[in-house]
Write a protein that binds this ligand. Structure first.
Ligand SMILES: *Cc1c(COP(=O)(O)O)cnc(C)c1O
Length: 366
C-alpha cells in the first residue's frame, strides 16, 4: 500500500497466533475454540484477524456484525462462523444466506429463522443473568420444541454470556440457570448441542466452565487488564502507533503563538507538528499525554486537531522533519505502553486500541 501520510498502527498477528496457542494450552485439544474477531477484528480487520486466529489453532470464529461474516468469507476462510445476535427478523433470509451459524436470541428471531425456506444452522443464546440479549427461561420450551419439529432449522449449539466474572457466587447462579436450559434441551429431544459459556475472563478464571467450546475475544488481542492479565501473558496485537514529524518551528521568548493563547512565551520554544489527530481516534481535549521522539519524551500540547498534534520539543535538539514519533510502543530504551496511553486519555485499553486500529492506516507486521 502506498501511504503518503506518515501515521499508522502496527498490527502483530504473530501475537494473535501466540495468544490462541495460550488458550489451546489452557483448554486442551478437545475443547473447540471459537475465536471472537468481532467489531472488525477488534479494529484489525475481521478477514486477516480471522485468518491469523485459524492459523494459530482456533477451530471456528465468532462475530457480532453480518458485515464481518462477509469479510471473513471474502477472505476465503471457510470454517464455521457464529454470528451473535445483531439483526432484525425481517432480514432473516439474507442473514442465513451469509453462511454463518445464526443466533436465536428471542422468540422473534426463532420464528423468523424457522420461516426461512432453506437449511438454517443456529445456536440458541439463553439468558442466564446478564440481562441483555438471550432467550429468557419462560421461552426456552418454545425454542426447543420449534427446533425439534422443524425440517429446516437445525439447532446445534447453546450458549450464554456470563455477567460479573469477578464474582464467583454470581457466576455459579448463572451456570445453574444455564445447565437447566441444557437439560431442558436434552429432555426435549435435542441431544449433543455444543455448549459454550466462556469469554476471555471465564476461560482464564474458571477451568470448570469450558464445556464443549470457549469463545474468547479480547484476550486473543492482548486487551485484558489488571489481575486477569497476570493469569496468562497475552501479547498485544495492536502493537504500536507511529508517526513522523512534518514541521519544526522555533519561537523566541516573548513571542505569542495563536493556538497557545495570547500570553507571550516565557522561554524560547521549539514546536513540532505530527499528522495525527482526533479524527484518528484520539481525543481532542487534554489530557493528551506524551510521545517518544529522538529517544525522549515530549508532551502533546494545547488541544489535538482533527488531523494534527503539536508537541513541545524544546530541549530535544535532534527533532527534525521526518523524525520518528511513537505514541504507543518502543523507541530507544523507552516504551509507551497501552496502559499508559489509555491512562492519560482516561479510557479503558479495550476501548482505545481497537478504535485506533480501526481508524488509522494499518501496517501488518508479518
Ligand atoms: C464479545 C463476546 C464474547 C467474548 O468476550 P471477551 O470478553 O472479548 O472475551 C463472548 N461471547 C459473546 C456473546 C460476546 O458478545
Amino acid at each position: 500500500m502506498s501511504r503518503l501520510r506518515p501515521a499508522w498502527v502496527e498490527i502483530d498477528f504473530g501475537a494473535l497466533k501466540h495468544n490462541v496457542g495460550l488458550v489451546r494450552r489452557r483448554v486442551g485439544p478437545k475443547v473447540r475454540i471459537f475465536a471472537v474477531v468481532k467489531s472488525h477484528g477488534f479494529g484489525c480487520g475481521a478477514g486477516p484477524a480471522g485468518r491469523a486466529a485459524i492459523d494459530g489453532g482456533a477451530d471456528a470464529l465468532a462475530v457480532g456484525d453480518p458485515d464481518d461474516v462477509r469479510e471473513i468469507r471474502r477472505a476465503g476462510i471457510d470454517v464455521p462462523v457464529l454470528l451473535y445476535a445483531s439483526t432484525t427478523p425481517d432480514v432473516a433470509g439474507e442473514v442465513v444466506a451469509l453462511g454463518a451459524i445464526v443466533t436465536i436470541h428471542d422468540l422473534e428471531s426463532l420464528h423468523a429463522f424457522a420461516a426461512v425456506d432453506r437449511p438454517v444452522e443456529a445456536f440458541v443464546k439463553v439468558e442466564a443473568g446478564l440481562g441483555r440479549l438471550g432467550v429468557p427461561r419462560k421461552d426456552w420450551g418454545e425454542v426447543f420444541e420449534t427446533a425439534s419439529r422443524s425440517d429446516t432449522l437445525r439447532l446445534t449449539g447453546i450458549y450464554t454470556h456470563l455477567n460479573a466474572p469477578d464474582d464467583a457466587d454470581e457466576i455459579a447462579q448463572q451456570i445453574a440457570r444455564y445447565d437447566d436450559a441444557c437439560r431442558q434441551a436434552e429432555d426435549m429431544g435435542l441431544p449433543g448441542l455444543t455448549r459454550m459459556v466462556a469469554s476471555s475472563l471465564v476461560t482464564l478464571g474458571y477451568p470448570g466452565l469450558r464445556y464443549d467450546a470457549v469463545n474468547p475475544g479480547r484476550f486473543l488481542f492482548g486487551l485484558v487488564e489488571g489481575k486477569w492479565a497476570e493469569i496468562d501473558a497475552a501479547r498485544p496485537v495492536i502493537a504500536a502507533v507511529r508517526s513522523r514529524v512534518i514541521q519544526v518551528k522555533e519561537f523566541a521568548a516573548g513571542a505569542t503563538v495563536g493556538f497557545l493563547g495570547s500570553k507571550p512565551l516565557e522561554r524560547a520554544t521549539r514546536l513540532a507538528v505530527l499528522p495525527l489527530g482526533f479524527g484518528d481516534g484520539l481525543n481532542h481535549l487534554p489530557p493528551l499525554g506524551e510521545l517518544l521522539v529522538e529517544g525522549r519524551r515530549a508532551p502533546i500540547i494545547a488541544r489535538r486537531g482533527i488531523e494534527h498534534a503539536v508537541i513541545d520539543a524544546t530541549g530535544i535538539p535532534g527533532v527534525r522533519v521526518g523524525s520518528d514519533a511513537v505514541l504507543l510502543g518502543r523507541q530507544g530504551g523507552d516504551e509507551i505502553t497501552a496502559a499508559e496511553l489509555a491512562g492519560w486519555l482516561n479510557l479503558p485499553v479495550l476501548e482505545l486500541l481497537p478504535r485506533l486500529a480501526r481508524t488509522l492506516p494499518r501496517q501488518y507486521l508479518d
